[in-house]
Design a protein around this ligand. Structure first.
Ligand SMILES: [Zn+2]
Ligand SMILES: [Zn+2]
Length: 174
């Protein structure tokens, strides 16, 4: 199975390539490839909040099946002030680097940390694309994380329960 990564807006192609390399080391049944960069749908921008609405962006790509969308813009969903990512079952997985970047919290630039976080959020959202739910295990990559610290606190791995679901349902996340 092939899954494209598409950048939305001002995202360097290098970032997509790096994610491609990082994710391809994770899964044996999925091939991830950087597809290119497209404009972010401007009608999803909420000027009162200075953020883009995740559901609106995902609607645009809904018909294209599972793909990874990456943006540097700040995103929110109905009922949440911000999200790191959002996903649709058998649809797109959208992730934002905005609040995963240490510089957002006035910390020093740290690419390694940023990509470590991005990888966890991406794998989490891909899990949702294949039907996995939020997981109670605080170390599991499917655990809900609402802060950068809680992303750092969890691991990049599926817990045993999630792994059982992956293998019994034959999901290509192994
Ligand atoms: Zn989730
Ligand atoms: Zn789990």
């Amino acid at each position: 199975m092939q899954i494209p990564i598409l950048g939305l807006g001002d995202i360097p192609v290098d970032v997509l390539k790096k994610l491609e390399d990082m994710l391809n080391g994770e899964f044996s049944k999925i091939r991830i490839y950087a597809k290119g960069v497209r404009e972010i749908p401007e009608d999803t921008f909420n000027s009162f909040r200075d953020q883009y609405m995740a559901e609106g962006i995902m609607d645009e790509f809904h018909k294209e099946g599972i793909q990874i969308l990456v943006t540097e813009e700040d995103i929110y969903t109905k009922g949440k002030n911000y999200v790191f990512g959002e996903a649709e079952y058998r649809g797109p997985a959208l992730v934002s680097t905005h609040r995963l970047d240490p510089t957002f919290y006035d910390k020093e630039r740290n690419e390694d940390l940023l990509f470590k976080r991005l990888k966890k959020v991406l794998i989490h959202e891909l899990g949702h694309c294949f039907g996995l739910d939020e997981c109670d295990d605080p170390l599991c990559v499917m655990h809900y994380t609402g802060s950068a610290k809680s992303v750092d606190d969890k691991e990049c791995e599926f817990c045993n329960d999630c792994q059982v679901k992956i293998s019994t349902e034959g999901l290509p996340l192994g």
